[in-house]
Ligand binder design. Structure first.
Ligand code: ZN
Length: 355
């Protein structure tokens, strides 16, 4: 029989569909079992900026799992071998094979792997503009402004451009599929450029409504159509004036009211890396945990390398553990070699009260 014969093609399609269904069923039963046996989330966030990073992460997953990790957030962004849009690949990329191998190792050790793709903000770093805005300057919230990214922190895409979401969805779909993901972290932190007077679509609009629209769009696709859990950083949903935090870990640019307009099934990663005594008024506690759980969200407090801040954040998190706090997420941001991560004191101490 020729490979193009209709009977062969039909049989092949049936077999392929069965395999896909079997794979999906396996994945869905894996996550159901994971959910049932992991009421507390002890996570690690790492950047995967190359295939080599992915291989190094893979090597330490068993030790990390032994030391308590049950969720791995792997920030991939554009370092992935996209096939629908290969022009969006940046630098050293993870292949589908890398992704599948890492997922397999994680699942073998009871670890849920959640890939991350930064949406809206963080579309550049220092002088480097990432492919989405480099190749589509029409999606830029501040087109033709800030050459070499001088004078800004990071570029943002325009949440109202009629074609930006289709591209972002395609990139995230490929990442989610490659990692067999049941959840996606979409970043959305530190967005300073929004509702810009330089944007023809957004000038004069309310920043909170634009921020909420972007989240709603992502939610509709990732949760509504793809049935993934959705996570994002919480800083733009916190009002600096009521929280007492600075402009990084909370918003001074009018986005905070978006908290009232986004679906409550989103998981908010509330990051705080330093103790609060640096702020005027010296807030006594990380009040955002109370604020965000009070709005009905699941909250995942996230610390970094300062031990006093890790302990203080955990005290506040533990006080709300029956009220929507999931556990503790340890971010790394290059402060520790991956080979030393399993015994890194901020990770060990961060997990201790949640074990
Ligand atoms: Zn815009």
């Amino acid at each position: 029989m020729r490979f193009t014969h209709p009977t062969f093609l039909f049989t092949a399609r049936v077999i392929l569909a069965s395999l896909c269904l079997a794979g999906a069923a396996r994945a869905s039963s894996w996550i159901e079992e994971w959910r049932a046996s992991n009421p507390v989330w002890r996570g690690v966030h790492v950047l995967a900026r190359s295939a080599n990073d992915a291989h190094q992460v893979e090597a330490v997953v068993p030790a990390l799992a032994t030391n308590g990790m049950n969720v791995l957030i792997l920030e991939v962004d554009f370092n992935f071998a996209f096939s629908a849009h290969p022009e969006m690949r940046e630098g050293s990329v993870l292949t589908r094979e890398d992704a599948l191998r890492l997922t397999t190792v994680c699942h073998q050790h009871g670890v849920r792997l959640i890939p991350q793709f930064n949406c809206l903000g963080h579309q550049s770093w220092a002088k480097q503009t990432f492919p989405l805005l480099r190749l589509h300057p029409e999606f830029d919230e501040t087109p033709d402004k800030y050459p070499q990214n001088e004078g800004i922190y990071c570029r943002s895409w325009c949440p109202q451009h009629p074609r930006v979401n289709a591209l972002a969805f395609s990139l995230m779909d490929e990442i989610a599929e490659a990692f067999q993901a049941d959840a996606m972290h979409i970043g959305m932190d530190e967005v300073f450029l929004i509702a810009s007077p330089d944007c023809r679509w957004c000038r004069g609009h309310n920043p909170a409504q634009l921020f909420a629209k972007s989240i709603q769009d992502m939610h509709r696709h990732l949760v509504g159509e793809r049935h993934l859990d959705l996570l994002l950083w919480a800083d733009r949903l916190l009002d600096s004036r009521t929280m007492g935090y600075g402009e990084w870990e909370s918003a001074t640019n009018g986005t905070a009211a978006a908290i009232l307009q986004i679906p409550r099934d989103i998981i908010l990663c509330d990051w705080h890396y330093e103790t609060l005594d640096k702020y005027e008024g010296r807030p006594k506690k990380y009040g955002s945990i109370d604020e965000l759980t009070g709005h009905g969200f699941r909250v995942w407090p996230t610390g970094w390398k300062t031990m006093a801040a890790v302990d203080a954040l955990n005290r506040e998190g533990l006080a709300h553990r029956t009220n929507g706090v999931l556990g503790y997420l340890c971010s790394t941001w290059g402060a520790v070699k991956l080979s030393e991560l399993p015994n890194w004191p901020p990770l060990v101490e961060g997990f201790r009260p949640w074990r």
